[in-house]
Design a protein around this ligand. Structure first.
Ligand code: ZN
Length: 160
């Protein structure tokens, strides 16, 4: 994805109040992020416990920001991330909750998604898959993983 400025990030939220957006703390490594290697920016607020953010590139808005609530616990059984769809995850997956945007959100509607706890999906999608058979094109499969992740995250952001 293309680099985003802090101002763009704060203005991108579809389900956060102006105060919530101004209260956020950027990730500690924000200045050294390798944007080329990210399909979306996701992080847990370093100061506000249980608050997380996902910023998804979008053609019409530039970026769509989603505020998440961390459930405070991980599912008891090992879950599969619904974004990177990786079955051999090196990290935990939690059920994140996002308030719906607009009227639905005001009525208490939320959207849940099982996602890698620290939003490692971009990294996971870039791992080379196993060569399942001779001549298996691992590079093409890796590219497919990345494209599918981008589609799933964009679909989620559009749903909020
Ligand atoms: Zn993931």
């Amino acid at each position: 994805m293309l680099p985003l400025t802090p101002a763009t990030i704060r203005a991108s939220f579809v389900n956060a109040s102006r105060k919530e957006a101004s209260d956020l703390t950027l990730p500690a490594n924000f200045d050294s992020l390798d944007w080329d290697q990210l399909d979306f920016l996701g992080w847990r607020d370093p100061k506000l416990e249980r608050r997380s953010y996902v910023i998804v590139p979008s053609l019409d808005r530039g970026a769509t920001g989603v505020l998440f609530r961390h459930p405070g616990s991980s599912p008891r059984t090992r879950a599969q991330c619904s974004w990177c769809n990786d079955t051999t995850l090196p990290n935990d997956v939690v059920l994140y909750n996002a308030k719906r945007s607009g009227k639905a959100g005001k009525n208490g509607n939320t959207l849940g998604s099982l996602v890698c706890e620290d939003f490692q999906c971009s990294e996971n999608a870039r791992r080379y898959p196993k060569a399942w058979y001779e001549g298996f094109d691992r590079e093409a499969e890796r590219q497919r993983q990345i494209e599918e992740l981008q589609l799933r995250v964009a679909a989620f952001a559009a749903q909020v």
